[in-house]
Design a protein around this ligand. Structure first.
Ligand code: ATP
Length: 199
């Protein structure tokens, strides 16, 4: 899977629609401090489902919406779209291209789109999990990440290996199933309580 293009509008410092195209190979983004280089990687993480405002260097999620400058008014929503090439078939979908969008309004309304169809956050996360492209995967290595991996405790480092090996998806599914099982046991206990009251 490779990232072909990003469209961003109203995301952080991008007050106008910005398109960044990536050719195969390495793309370098250069610019002065504060010019918005990291905002581009934030935008990618955001579309891939990042839920932590802090990890996007903000206080609350609405901080990703363009907040205005001396000459420009704040905007009402932020929207980022990633165009991915899936001709290798690495993502579990039929199409050769995947278009993922996320939009967030100031009032907190938010939506995800997969190939222009409304989708849930879970659909986005499931699609990218184990593809090596998830928001926490190694496709985005920000400043400090290399140190973090090198200095991580063995148990934390194992999570990285599990993501790369594709185990994480099954671990998550196992957790979800065991949650469901626990809820069902609770329900069963409640039913038994009621039954014994009735007897
Ligand atoms: P450095 O090289 O210092 O890391 P950078 O090029 O990576 O800089 P970013 O951190 O991506 O720069 O961009 C920071 C800029 O984005 C700041 O000028 C900040 O004011 C602006 N910015 C962040 N959030 C918003 C927002 N919601 N509305 C408007 N501008 C924003």
């Amino acid at each position: 899977v490779y990232l072909k293009k990003i469209d961003a509008y109203g995301f952080k410092s991008f007050a106008h629609k910005v398109t960044v195209e990536f050719d195969a190979g390495i793309t370098g983004i250069v610019g002065p401090n504060g010019s918005g280089k990291s905002n581009i990687t934030d935008a990618i993480k955001w579309v891939l489902g990042e839920q932590s405002a802090k990890k996007l260097r903000g206080q609350k999620m609405q901080d990703v919406i363009f907040s205005g400058t001396k000459t420009k008014k704040p905007l009402n929503y932020a929207e980022v779209t990633l165009f991915l090439d899936n001709s290798s078939g690495a993502l579990n979908i039929d199409d050769n291209e995947l278009i993922v969008s996320r939009r967030l309004y100031r009032n907190g309304d938010s939506e995800y789109l997969l190939n222009k169809e409304p989708a849930r956050l879970k659909d986005v996360i499931d699609l990218f999990m184990d593809s090596g492209l998830g928001k926490d995967a190694f496709s985005i290595i920000s400043q400090g990440k290399v140190d973090e991996v090198l200095n991580a405790k063995a148990i934390d480092r194992r999570v990285y290996v599990e993501e790369v090996a594709g185990v994480l998806k099954y671990k998550k599914k196992k957790e979800q199933s065991s949650d469901k099982l626990n809820k069902t046991i609770d329900n069963l206990n409640r039913v038994n309580d009621i039954l014994s009251e009735l007897e």
